[in-house]
Design a binder for this molecule. Structure first.
Ligand code: ADP
Ligand code: MG
Length: 626
């Protein structure tokens, strides 16, 4: 029979496995056992809805059979098995090409323990075996098939007798190489400790015949070797155990075993409740963003178990979108096992659990913020954006849940601060929470609009992410303090006296402004004297709901080309340029036009907007220099 080729991506992954210089080759066992356990789950689940199948738990187990003579390790399960087609499609293709790319890119770059932490499934067998044989018989079928492969060259499938339903994986263990020991994977004791380490909570018995030496009956010093079948795992899932029996390492182990992430979580929650809502849950707050987190491919959700059976891999209804980064599992005995996805959505019990979880996650994050700032900031670096999206998307409906978790860079503290910290520091006469939006801290530092606010000794929050200003606008206020952009038209910093002074001057120079407005036309809504400028001659500010920063962001998205901020050009009466402008206004119309044009374009540039006609702008500068 002709050999079949692996799909291209599978080939790459296989290559990665075969040539892995990876130290934790041992995780292959965890992967194969977890597949076996999944296969038994599937039978269990099928039996629930199909009366013709009886599920007798004693019939379901996983068995390991090492053999040093033939150098094989067999992993047998009595799960659902695979048909010929399933062997072909499940083992010939790796669906998760995204995670594959991720692995390849990051393994070298960051030195992450990607394979160990992320899990690569079936192909990890090739880390320890030079040939892999899979014999399987699918539930409801009376013929078996054998799949066999020696690696990238391809695989064969042929009919093969198999007595029982289930799957047997035969690993032909590699020969020891110079500095690589593979013999250990044929040692009973080693295998037993690997099962304990990685697969202890698997709910089906993992059995192995162990040679034990024990005292001969009736003798006091003579030993004999007996072979005894042992169950290697404790079978109690970690979430059913008492918290005081579980170490932090156990939780981390569970996190990577479950492939929740390749990082080390910043926090975990182990929840056991009694009363009206009964459930167990283990939740993790990751430190790093999964590679696809901010794409539409990312699926939120928690594993959902009912009475010990996994009924859904990622139940989305258990988490609000703004906490979509949370990973973990929930088990409740109050849910019916064969509940459909649609019914589940409207299930009252599930809704209660979700609400409960949301509150627990929220307080966990709050306590992390309070007690371990460094960890919280690492978390916020990865997921702060999601919290801000959450604030914005709900139009403020989730404000109570989110506002205390937000952080922004502070002008005075030179680090990330919370809104509560800002408000606590507010000066007595300070009415607003000031913020400035821009591309980066460096850029905002140089914004003319920030000068006077800083000069008056007020702290400014720097909004450097595209979502920030949108989220702040939705919040509107925090602890009854209104947010105010330093670029807002009504930013109010002056004393009554100062105000009067500016007003008088503005009245005196009204003709000048009118003339400027005539020259600039629709480009600006208004021209005014500024109360916020100190060393800069001009700036642009915005009126209305769309700020200049928002205009820039919106314009990068399709369909928003017509959205523009209402811009007002502000002039600094204290700047020597203002005197020159006035002089030109009175004596030289050409020059006045030139100055007006230059000042307007200068203001555009400072805002990070492009000048409308670069050539004309450049010519005008030449004119001025001549
Ligand atoms: P994953 O477990 O993440 O789906 P794997 O590479 O581990 O990916 O396995 C690929 C697929 O092969 C599984 O989804 C399953 O359909 C099938 N499979 C693997 N091992 C077994 C087994 N022991 N019994 C039945 N099906 C299996
Ligand atoms: Mg798997």
């Amino acid at each position: 029979m002709a050999k079949k080729q692996f799909k291209a991506e599978s080939k790459q992954l296989l290559n990665l496995m075969i040539h892995s210089i990876y130290t934790h080759k041992e995780i292959f066992l965890r992967e194969l056992i977890s597949n076996a356990s999944d296969a038994i789950d599937k039978t269990y689940y099928t039996a629930l809805t199909d009366e013709s199948i009886s599920f007798n738990s004693a019939d379901y187990y996983i068995k390991l059979i090492p053999n040093k003579t033939s150098r094989t390790l067999r992993i047998i399960d009595t799960g659902i098995g695979m048909t010929k087609e399933e062997l072909e499609s499940n083992l010939g293709t790796i669906a998760k090409s995204g995670s594959l790319n991720f692995k390849k890119e990051n393994e070298i770059k960051d030195g992450y323990d990607i394979i160990g932490q992320f899990g690569v499934g079936f192909y990890s067998a090739f880390m320890v075996a030079d040939k892999v044989t899979v014999v399987s018989r699918s539930l409801g079928s009376d013929e078996g098939y054998k799949w066999e492969s020696e690696g990238v060259s391809g695989y064969n499938i042929e009919p093969c007798a198999k007595e029982d339903v289930g799957t047997e994986i035969i690993l032909h263990i590699k020969q020891n190489a110079e500095d690589e020991n593979y013999d250990e994977f044929l040692e009973e004791y080693r295998l037993r400790s690997l099962v304990k380490k990685y697969s202890d909570f698997i709910r089906y018995p993992i059995k192995m015949d162990m040679q034990e030496s024990r005292l001969k009956e009736g003798s006091e010093d003579e030993y004999e070797t007996v072979v005894e079948e042992q169950v290697l795992n404790s079978m109690v899932p970690i979430w059913r155990k008492n918290k005081n029996e579980i170490t932090d390492e156990d939780y981390e182990q569970f996190y990577s075993e479950k492939h929740f992430g390749f990082d080390k979580p910043v926090a975990h929650l182990h929840i056991k409740t009694e009363g009206t809502v009964r459930y167990n849950a283990i939740l993790f707050i990751p430190e790093k963003t999964p590679y696809d987190f901010y794409t539409k491919d990312y699926e939120k959700g928690l594993e959902l178990y009912a009475s010990g059976v996994l009924i859904m891999n990622k139940c989305p209804d258990l988490l609000p979108d703004y906490f979509s980064f949370v990973r973990g599992m929930v088990e409740s005995d109050d849910l019916s096992l064969n509940i459909s996805r649609e019914l589940l959505q409207h299930n009252r019990q599930l809704k209660l659990i979700a609400k409960n979880l949301k509150n627990k996650i929220k307080s966990e994050l709050e306590s992390l913020l309070k007690n371990d700032r460094e960890k919280y900031e690492a978390f916020y670096q990865s997921f702060g954006r999601q919290l801000k999206f959450g604030t914005y998307n709900s139009f403020g409906a989730d404000k109570e849940d989110l506002q205390d978790l937000l952080m922004f860079y502070s002008s005075s503290e030179k680090k990330m601060v919370t809104l509560a910290e800002y408000v606590d520091r507010m000066k007595e006469d300070q009415k607003y929470i000031y913020y400035a939006a821009g591309e980066s801290v460096e850029r905002i530092n140089k914004m003319p609009q920030t000068e006077m606010v800083l000069d008056k000794g007020y702290e400014i929050l720097y909004l450097t992410e595209d979502v920030d200003e949108f989220a702040i606008q939705v919040l509107m206020n925090y602890k009854e303090k209104e947010f105010k952009s330093v670029s807002a038209s009504d930013v109010d910093l002056d004393t009554e006296e100062e105000k009067k002074e500016v007003e008088t001057q503005a009245k005196d120079d009204k003709a000048l402004f009118d003339k400027m407005k005539e020259i600039l036309g629709d480009k600006v809504k208004d021209i005014r004297l500024s109360k916020r400028l100190k060393t800069h001659p001009v700036c642009l500010i915005s009126e209305g709901n769309v700020s200049i920063e928002m205009e820039k962001i919106l314009k990068t998205m399709p369909g928003n080309q017509n959205i523009t901020a209402e811009k007002v050009l502000e002039l600094n009466p204290g700047h020597h340029v203002y005197a020159s402008l006035k002089d030109a206004f009175e004596h030289d119309e050409e020059k006045f036009k030139l100055f007006t044009d230059l000042l307007y374009n200068q203001a555009l540039l400072m805002e990070g907007l492009s000048v409308e006609d670069p050539l004309a702008f450049s010519n005008n500068i030449c004119k001025l220099m001549a």
